[in-house]
Design a protein around this ligand. Structure first.
Ligand code: UD1
Length: 342
């Protein structure tokens, strides 16, 4: 069984990917500093897959610890690198935190693997496209100037990977550009666990519906879209997790496109904020308290992905639709109400 290092493996997307790796016959090994996740997630993963994944708590920004870990775990053949800071607003206030965390961890990991063959999957974002000129947006669309330090770390990290893969022979890399991950595992045992007030739409919706927040504000109702609210390509986190397994598989068999490649990971469908709310109300049977308010600075008006390349070359396609996304997110919120974590 190939051992795959999952950095940030107790986080939202990381935990779902650990489950899917296990289900596909891989042995996931988690490294996480728990800065934005909870150790109880390990118990939750164990409840789903029946075994407790190997877990190491340290910060990948620590070069010596990262090197030691790599030396002591020579049987790791692949890495899925999630561990990073990801709050857009915070990155504008604390850019140095973002450049420090997101680059030092990446560079320490790459350095520690110098000279060793390694498959490397990187967590990137559709944020690299900015406001796309054409839709659906393809992987060959131009990368626009980043709207935040967070977005800039994703763009620069992609460049680092491309250059590193070209310069040395041992790194086989794929960057996955996620659209908007939502939803939770069908067991409702893992899901998104935001610290404090959620910044993203779905946890804000579910927390409002359960009574933790008074009301949701729709950021802008006067955009040039059919109903005036922004449009996104929401992707079920379990589908997204499976895309990582597909990326590891492609790297293992040898990617004909070369040592660096990028793939969109979305459904190819766009939903407006108001459509997402309607889908949530339908799936949950709950009426959501919301108001349409002012626009949020820096929001993209509309973005959804062209998934032809992922379908044809990654051999992956999203299977779950908006109803499953909403129903699973709601089941997770209700589970958390009965079984608080953290
Ligand atoms: C945001 C980031 C993106 C990042 C992603 C990580 C920005 C501009 N973009 O994506 O770079 O990769 O998070 O998860 O921050 N909305 C509301 N009310 C709310 C919250 C959100 O109306 O309380 C709307 C937003 O205006 C947007 C949609 O819901 O239209 C989705 O928002 P969000 O979940 O924050 O994701 P993005 O902004 O797409």
């Amino acid at each position: 069984m190939s051992k795959i290092l999952v950095t940030g493996g107790t986080g939202y997307i990381g935990s779902h990917t650990v489950v899917e790796l296990h289900n596909s016959g891989y042995t996931p090994v988690i490294v996480d500093n728990l800065s934005n996740s909870n150790i109880q997630i390990l118990n939750q993963i164990e409840k789903i897959i029946g075994v407790r994944p190997e877990f190491h708590q340290f910060d990948l920004c620590d070069e010596a610890q990262t090197k030691t870990f790599v030396q002591e775990n020579p049987d790791i053949t692949g890495i899925i690198h999630f561990a990073a800071s990801k709050a857009v607003g915070e990155s504008v206030e604390k850019p140095l935190k973002y450049y420090h965390n997101n680059f030092f961890s990446l560079i320490n990991l790459l350095n520690a693997y110098q000279g060793k063959p390694i498959n490397f999957v990187f967590s990137s974002s559709c944020t690299v496209y900015g406001e796309p000129d054409t839709l659906p947006v393809t992987e060959s669309a131009p990368v626009k100037k980043a709207a935040s330090p967070y977005g800039n770390t994703k763009q620069i990290a992609e460049e680092i990977l491309e250059e590193v893969a070209a310069a040395y022979g041992n790194y086989n890399t794929i960057a996955l550009r996620y659209f908007n991950p939502v939803g939770a595992h069908a067991s409702a045992l893992i899901g998104e666990l935001p610290l404090g007030v959620p910044q993203n739409l779905l946890p804000f919706i579910t927390q409002t519906a359960i009574g933790k927040r008074e009301k949701l504000t729709v950021f802008g109702g006067d955009y040039d879209t059919p109903d005036g609210s922004c449009i996104r390509d929401y992707i079920h986190v379990v589908d997204l997790a499976k895309a990582h397994v597909a990326a590891i598989r492609l790297l293992e068999k040898g990617n004909p496109n070369g040592k660096y490649d990028v793939f969109n990971v979305g459904t190819g469908n766009g939903y407006s904020v108001l459509e997402a709310i309607a889908a949530f109300e339908k799936a949950s049977g709950q009426k959501l308290n919301y108001v349409v308010g002012p626009r949020r600075d820096g929001d993209i008006i509309r973005v959804w992905g062209d998934v032809t390349k992922s379908t044809e070359q990654l051999g992956w396609k999203a299977e779950l639709g908006i109803d499953e996304m909403m129903a699973s997110a709601w089941a997770w919120e209700r589970y958390l109400q009965e079984n608080p974590i953290g």
